[in-house]
Design a protein around this ligand. Sequence first.
Ligand code: NAD
Length: 298
Amino acid sequence: MAVVGFIGLGTMGAPMARNLLKAGHALRVFDVSAEARAALTEAGAVAADTALAAAEGADFVITMLPNDAIVSAVHLGPEGLIEMLAARPLLIDCSTISPDTSRALSRAAAAKGFAMIDAPVSGGPGGATDATLSFMVGGSEADFARAEPILQAMGRMIVHAGDSGAGQVAKLCNNMTAAVVMAATAEALALGISQGLDPAKLSGIMANSSAASFVLDRWNPWPGVMPEAPASRGYTGGFQLGLMLKDLNLAIANARDAGASVPFGALAQSLYMLQNRRSPDAGRADFSSIQTIFTRPC
Ligand code: NAD
């Protein structure tokens, strides 16, 4: 069993850390929130006062943090892990950040004799709790092989996507597609239902024809069609629209840097931005609430 430093104990990080404890690993944790630290201490982890203290002496250090700026500060800031750590654990960043930042951090780590891999996840808080996350990993084959047993305690599908940054690229490609398909399906449902078609019947026709997708199978955006979908619970639960917008922003910036044309992704970014601004809590609703752009005036 390994000693794991875990930094960032929020919606995703806390249940992931608990699953590592359940698998028998020794955990040293840090979060800027004292409450988050205390909750993990009760579960059996040792809390540290700084990220550096949590990472010191660990075999692996996992970060699950909100954004590029925070991930960079934790690794390269004045008390940064890459700058200050005496030992050389494998650094595993599970946050969703820009591929460029991931690559830059991995290069900075390598310059100091560390290995750092990107391992963003898909599966949301439910997958984090049930240990069924999908991990998309960027880094060398050897570092992937080292990380795999640790990631297996938190996930079901662990895939080596390619070199440093490739995990983040895979995650952004996936979420950009999900955002586009959700918006396109919502638009078509609104068109048909506005002409008197029954929402469930139209959804069934499309689900069994060439418009079939995960949206019509599991995440129907029309309220009442799928009792278990967020749309039927007032768009609560699921994947927050604000997080989808964060991923779209990263995807569009990545496309610009890569010189790639992503017109549907750019349109989706604009639509989700509009929805995010329509009401104070629109960003916290599930991303299928993009449906209301086509049905409800502002
Ligand atoms: P969150 O905001 O719930 O948790 C982030 C945690 O990091 C918080 O507990 C916060 O206190 C802590 N933190 C902030 N700055 C810190 C610092 N300098 N040092 C230590 N701790 C610090 O976010 P989340 O939903 O858990 O998401 C984490 C990452 O996972 C993000 O990059 C997000 O895009 C990605 N992600 C989230 C979901 C989801 O459904 N929530 C799904 C897939 C991926």
